[in-house]
Design a protein around this ligand. Structure first.
Ligand SMILES: Cc1cc2nc3c(=O)[nH]c(=O)nc-3n(C[C@H](O)[C@H](O)[C@H](O)COP(=O)(O)OP(=O)(O)OC[C@H]3O[C@@H](n4cnc5c(N)ncnc54)[C@H](O)[C@@H]3O)c2cc1C
Length: 405
């Protein structure tokens, strides 16, 4: 007879959200199972940009974590952002407060996080597990896998954009107005990347809302990709793969840079559930984290920072739940509330900026003005560093000043 696999908490998915939740819960006395379908080190299709929010989150979790991250050699600092407006005018933003941001392949960064878990107690880590069925009853959660059936009073779905937990407990709900498609291809030898280069965001009229990116990596490699809102892809019947190839082989600003570059993998694609509206992040005996809770920034496509943040919030909430022995939907509303209390203001601004991309002329104008006017450029740079300053992008006074001063 099969041995009963009884835990206090089941976490599905060992990406940034799941690893951080497990890391935090591993400090408690709870018996936690972290169940991952892949085997580390494993790849994740991504732009690989680790914003200052990611390093801040690591610091908040544990000084030791950030100290170990600083030792990770497979990363490249990114202190600048180079924007290319739809009319191809370039704007370089150099961050005065030295930005603690990097580009690191997810195969390395996720493995770094995953390896940290080996230092925690009370954690059962299972890799290469195929989840098969999930049910919730008054007795608790039962998850059937190819390695047996797991039981617990509560489950955390940290299993990404195609979350098995979400699909089973909330059904399939892909809303193309709140979802992006993204492609990634690693290159070697893209020209024009200097030791001082930052990350490049290229906006094209035909790829809005969305952008093509070139993010420099160590060893003369670069993460090249494109992401775009799924409803716009469907509406304009866009073949994203073809568009990316055409841009890098024929666009006057890109073709020479890619002439001698070598793609070191086939183009790979993955979805981005963006946080441009609030969704249900919990229910009876479950919480959703990271991409499973649609927490990706709608303007930049960054999701790692919020995935980590949701891991922290979820772990705190679980500890509260065990104190009062409550695992019901009403109790978990506090989790949704806390997630959005911390993230909604920033997600809303990004949703607004994403909508403004409908007006490429406005983007062109902002870039032109920032290039001509140092004070305005400083304001934009400061706004990207500080969410409170960014709120001005939603204020009519900002646009009044933009056009009339
Ligand atoms: C093309 C593209 C570019 C992006 N660029 C950036 C960027 O530059 N910077 C940034 O911050 N964000 C970026 N993102 C977003 C970022 O990748 C995600 O927001 C982030 O990975 C979310 O973390 P997560 O832990 O929620 O999910 P994931 O990182 O997706 O991790 C989920 C984990 O769950 C596992 N899993 C899935 N299903 C199961 C199952 N049934 N059973 C067990 N395990 C399972 C997976 O193997 C994986 O390990 C990009 C996304 C895409 C698609």
């Amino acid at each position: 007879m099969e041995e009963k696999k009884q835990f206090d908490v089941i976490i599905v998915g060992a990406g940034p959200a799941g690893c951080v939740a497990a890391y935090q819960l591993g400090k408690s006395k709870l018996k936690v199972a972290l169940i991952e379908k892949g085997t580390f080190p494993r790849d994740k299709i991504c732009g690989d940009a680790l914003s200052p929010d990611v390093t801040n989150q690591l610091r908040l979790i544990d000084e030791k974590l950030i100290a170990d991250f600083q030792k990770l050699s497979e990363k490249r600092p990114a202190k600048k952002i180079h924007f290319f407006a739809p009319n191809h005018e370039r704007l370089d933003l150099d961050f005065k407060k030295k930005l603690d941001s990097y580009v690191a392949k997810r195969i390395d960064f996720d493995n770094f996080l995953f390896q940290q878990l080996k230092k925690t107690e009370h954690l059962d880590i299972l890799e290469g597990v195929q989840t098969q069925a999930l049910s919730i009853s008054e007795q608790g959660v039962s998850m059937k896998t190819d390695q047996g059936t797991f039981h617990a009073p509560i489950i955390l779905g940290a299993d990404g954009a195609n979350s098995f937990v979400k699909r089973n407990l909330q059904g399939k709900q892909l809303d193309k107005d709140h979802y992006c498609a993204g492609l990634r291809q690693y290159y070697q030898g893209v020209e024009g990347i200097t030791p001082d280069s930052g990350i490049e965001l290229h906006f094209y009229k035909e790829a809005l809302p969305g952008y093509l990116w070139i993010f420099p990596l160590p060893n003369d490699q670069a993460n090249v990709g494109i992401g775009m809102l799924s409803s716009a892809i469907s509406k304009h019947k866009i073949d994203l793969k073809k568009m990316m190839q055409e841009l890098i082989t024929t666009h006057p600003k890109l073709k020479d840079r890619f002439k001698n570059a070598r793609a070191i993998e086939k183009v790979k694609g993955f979805g981005l559930p963006i946080g441009s509206r609030k969704v249900k992040c919990s229910g009876n005996r479950y919480l959703l984290l990271g991409d499973a809770a649609s927490l990706i920034d709608p303007f930049t496509g960054e999701g790692i920072g919020n995935a980590i943040r949701s891991g922290r919030v979820a772990a705190d909430h679980i500890l509260d739940a065990f104190k009062v022995k409550r695992f019901d939907a009403a109790f978990h509303r506090a989790y949704d509330h806390e997630l959005y209390r911390r993230m909604w203001s920033e997600l809303r601004i990004s949703r607004f900026l994403q909508k403004m991309l409908k007006y490429p002329w406005l983007f062109n104008y902002v870039v032109k003005k920032a290039n001509k006017n140092e004070a305005f450029r400083t304001l934009i740079t400061a706004s990207l560093e500080d969410v409170d300053l960014r709120k001005q992008f939603r204020s009519p006074a900002f646009y009044f000043k933009l056009f009339f001063k």
